[in-house]
Design a protein around this ligand. Structure first.
Ligand code: RIB
Length: 299
C-alpha cells in the first residue's frame, strides 16, 4: 500500500502566448478547471499505475472540497483520512501554460496549510502499514515530519515546490527534487552541467538516494556516490504540469512492487513523459497499461 500525505488544489489553467513579467498583463485563452495539487496528483498517479493508495490531507468545506475529494475517490484512492476544514477555502492553483507546454504556478494553500501532526497521528495505521510514504512541500513541514516518523516503509520525499526555509524530515530514504529544488536545497544558484548537479546531490546528507528530475534532459540518479544519467523519452509536450507528480506516484508503485531503483526510475520516466503529452494535472496522468505499452514501443 502507498500512503500519500499532501495537498489537494483546484487548478485554474489559462493558456498564454508567453509568461508575463512583473507588471505585465497578458491576454490568454479560455480558462479550464482541473483537479490538481501535488499530493492528490501523486496519489492519482500511483493509483493509475496500479497501486493501492490512501491519501492524508485537508480540504475546505466549499464546492471545490467535494470536487477534489470525488476526483481522488473516483480513482480508487482511500479518502478516509481526507479531513474537512471549516471556514478555510480548499487549495487553489493559478496556472499559466505557454505554447511549448511550460507552466508557471501560483498556489494558494488554503486548507492544505492547516494539516497538523495530530491529523497525521490519526492516520498512524495507514502510515505504519504503507510500503512507501510519499511527501511533498505544499503542507506544513511539521505534518511531513510526523508522517516520516510514523512511516513503516520507504519515505519518498518530493521537495516541491522549493519553499525558502523549509526543513526536510530527519528521515528520508529517497529524495526526488527537480533542478530548481536541488539548487534551493543545496544553496546553489543553478547548475550549468549535469556533473555540477550530481556533485550537489552527492553533498545532500540524509537521503540514501537522490533522483533529480531534469524535464526534457531526463533524470539523474545519485546513489552511494555514483551518478547515472538516464536521457528523457522523446515526446511532443503540450503541458508539463504534473510531470513530476506522475514520476513520483509511478516511482512509488514500482518500488512498492520491489523493482530495483534504476528500473523503477526508468518506468516512472515513461509515465512522466506520457503525462506531458496531455493537458491538465490529473487528466494527464498515465495508466499502467499505457506506461507498459509506451516502454515496449520506445525501450
Ligand atoms: O505539480 C503540479 C501541481 O502543482 C498542480 O496541480 C498545482 O495544483 C500545484 O500543486
Amino acid at each position: 500500500m502507498i500512503a500519500v500525505v499532501g495537498s489537494l488544489n483546484l487548478d485554474l489553467v489559462v493558456p498564454v502566448p508567453h509568461h508575463p513579467v512583473p507588471g505585465e498583463t497578458v491576454l490568454g485563452g479560455d480558462i479550464a478547471q482541473h483537479p490538481g495539487g501535488k499530493g492528490a496528483n501523486q496519489a492519482v498517479a500511483a493509483a493509475r499505475a496500479g497501486g493501492r493508495v490512501a491519501m492524508v490531507g485537508r480540504v475546505g468545506e466549499d464546492d471545490a472540497a467535494a470536487l477534489m475529494t470525488d476526483a481522488v475517490r473516483g480513482e480508487g484512492v482511500d479518502v478516509s483520512h481526507l479531513l474537512r476544514t471549516p471556514g478555510v477555502p480548499t487549495g487553489r492553483a493559478l496556472i499559466a501554460v505557454d505554447g511549448p507546454g511550460e507552466n508557471t504556478i501560483v498556489v494558494s494553500p488554503g486548507a492544505n496549510g492547516r494539516l497538523t501532526p495530530a491529523d497525521i497521528e490519526a492516520a498512524r495505521e495507514v502510515l505504519a502499514s504503507a510500503a512507501v510514504t510519499v511527501l511533498q512541500q505544499e503542507v506544513p513541514d511539521e505534518a511531513n515530519h510526523a508522517a516520516a516518523r510514523l512511516s513503516g516503509g520507504l519515505v519518498l520525499m518530493n521537495p516541491a515546490p522549493a519553499v525558502p526555509g523549509a526543513v526536510l524530515p530527519p528521515r528520508v530514504d529517497l529524495l526526488v527534487p527537480n533542478r530548481t529544488e536541488l539548487a534551493a536545497l543545496t544553496g546553489h544558484r543553478g547548475f550549468d552541467t549535469l556533473d555540477e548537479a550530481a556533485e550537489a546531490a552527492r553533498g545532500l546528507r540524509g537521503a540514501e538516494a537522490v533522483v533529480v528530475t531534469l524535464g526534457g534532459d531526463g533524470v539523474l540518479l545519485v546513489e552511494g556516490g555514483a551518478a547515472l544519467h538516464l536521457p528523457a523519452h522523446r515526446v511532443e509536450p503540450v503541458d508539463t504540469t504534473a510531470a513530476g507528480d506522475s514520476f513520483c506516484g509511478s516511482l512509488a508503485v514500482a518500488l512498492a512492487e520491489g523493482l530495483a531503483l534504476e528500473a523503477a526510475v526508468r518506468w516512472a520516466s515513461a509515465s512522466a513523459a506520457l503525462s506531458t503529452t496531455r493537458p491538465g494535472a490529473q487528466p494527464s496522468l498515465a495508466r499502467r497499461d499505457e506506461i507498459d505499452a509506451f516502454l515496449a514501443r520506445t525501450g
